[in-house]
Write a protein that binds this ligand. Structure first.
Ligand code: CU
Length: 191
């Protein structure tokens, strides 16, 4: 009896989380297991739910830019019981999207592709922020204005995907991190 209540509460909580993010997130409708949830599923066996249905992002935004390099940020939230690894991303804004980290290289902060991608722990979150991990847009084909809506698709290690829309936002701090002249970790292209 009590386990049923727990399951119902969990299912409800999941629905609420997805609904609350509806304005910024496109939830895939494929493979929604809600209508066929087994009533007596043992709580210990964590079924491999489709990752796309269990990841969400809080406050997704992309730094405004005229063209060229910029980056997208937000907090990835894993609502599932298994780690989620994001291995790549795409956006109509640019043919070249990379997952970057910022590291201290001899006292100088440089960004570089993050080996293994972004890992969002089960039930946890992973913050993408200026000066830290970010979704790198290498070659924006059009300007990102304040308030612009930029769609992104993230792909997981298991092949699942997650789509969200980031909003264009001015950002003054850490400007040097995202300028074309920045040291890209070995690739010297100083003008
Ligand atoms: Cu970068």
């Amino acid at each position: 009896m009590s386990s049923r209540f727990t399951l119902s509460a969990l299912a409800l909580a999941t629905v609420v989380v997805v609904a609350s993010c509806g304005s910024t997130e496109e939830t895939p409708t494929a493979a929604a297991p809600a209508t066929t949830a087994p009533a007596a599923a043992p709580a210990t066996s964590a079924a491999p739910a489709p990752a796309g249905a269990t990841l969400s992002i809080t406050d997704p935004w992309v730094k405004t830019a005229k063209e060229g390099m910029t980056a997208a940020f937000g907090t990835l939230v894993n609502n599932s019981a298994a780690d989620i690894t994001v291995v790549s991303g795409t956006s109509p804004l640019s043919p070249m999207i990379e997952l970057h980290e910022v590291v201290d290289q001899d006292g100088k902060m440089v960004m570089q592709p993050k080996q293994g991608g972004f890992v969002i722990p089960a039930g946890g979150s992973h913050e993408l922020k200026p000066g830290g991990d970010h979704i790198m847009i290498m070659d924006a084909k059009e300007p990102v204005d304040p308030g612009a809506e930029v769609p992104f698709t993230l792909t997981f290690a298991d092949g699942g995907t997650f789509e969200f829309t980031a909003i264009g936002k001015d950002f003054a701090g850490a400007k040097e991190d995202y300028q074309p002249g920045m040291d890209m970790g070995g690739e010297s292209d100083n003008g």
